[in-house]
Ligand binder design. Sequence first.
Ligand SMILES: [Zn+2]
Length: 451
Amino acid sequence: MAKINTVYLCQNCGHSAAKWLGKCPSCGQWNTFVEEYVTKESKSKPLLPSSTKAIPLKEVVSSETQRYVTKDHELNRVLGGGIVPGSLVLIGGEPGIGKSTLMLQAAIQMTGVKVLYISGEESESQIKLRAERISGENPECYICTEVKTQAIVHLAKELRPSLVVIDSIQTLRNEYIESAPGSVSQIRECTSDLMRFAKDENIPVFLIGHITKDGSIAGPKILEHMVDTVLQFEGDRHNTYRILRTIKNRFGSTSEIGIYEMQGTGLRQVSNPSEILISQRDEQVSGISISSALEGLRPLLIETQALVSSAVYGTPQRTANGYDGKRLNMLLAVLEKKCGFRLAVQDVFVNIAGGLRIDDPGIDLGIVSAILSSYHDIPLSDKAVFVGEVGLSGEIRSISRAEQRINEASKLGYEDIYISKSSLSGLNLKKLPIRVHAVSRMDEFFSLVFG
Ligand SMILES: [Zn+2]
């Protein structure tokens, strides 16, 4: 006998309570409890003999060999090499950032592959209108507007597509649950319905999910735990570049990113990101340096712009765009204390070009170079790259994957690379196609670059 109960569920983490609470004891958020109806299965069920069987590990077929490689190389990369059959993938992003366009484009460009695109957000004619702007044609791309998971699963079982895309998880509803679409119990039940479908039929399902302003996917964290892969589509609405980032991946690395440019005809894959991250300069200006950051396994050359000017007010301003502000303060303190630069009375502004956010400490040396270049008003060579982590005592520490960074810089036509000495051990410097300047201390680096 099924019985309907009401419970209070935290909309942030899915914690359930018998009565309303102001603060969630599980995640600490305030005012997140909402009353929801859940159907509780009767507990006294006999233990039925099941058909579950165990098979020897060596007889299990590896999914690695069966990945479906799409035409979108950036999507393949963030997924770890292609779509794994039977996987459940969540694509999160702010409303209006282009998640639907990304998935519709992927669906249209999979020529000859049967794709079922389900939308609870737009009508068929709206989707058609959007699809007409995107280049590519897939006669096997089916469109449907439906929000009930039972109907979706039924339709997908009948049509047997190679991929199902659902826009969005927040619009779905399971008919056996009373709560409104987008609530914790609806999201949890709908996701588990689709997960069961994906695993049973071995058909991959992509779910689009909106994220809230604080960056979490609207609805419970449970959603992120349930799916196999979480991708985040991010970018500035005022900027045409978009980044697809892996947050969680059961089938690959989580540090990969894919870069796109939003155009009138859809999203263009940016296969050489350095083209957008480095501005073309005609004349030498001070305060600009090139560094190399690692995103996943890929070294990206990025441009740092810095401006140092005398502080007008008592407290100098420090602003960092695309870089950790606390780390900037640390670098300035090292320059002040260990290298004797009078930066405490200066405003310092640092900006990473292209709207990217970089966490790799390997770009410290690039940031420091741009700051010193602006401070002394001496332009740096536009053919030089600066890579190294700066330590608290003014030492330049080793960075990972030095060889790849050096090769990428030389491939893009750079002539000099200033890099931490300790990361060069084991490398044959004579063989490297670019002039390598090994540096181990900030004062040594300063006299080498600025004389
Ligand atoms: Zn909570």
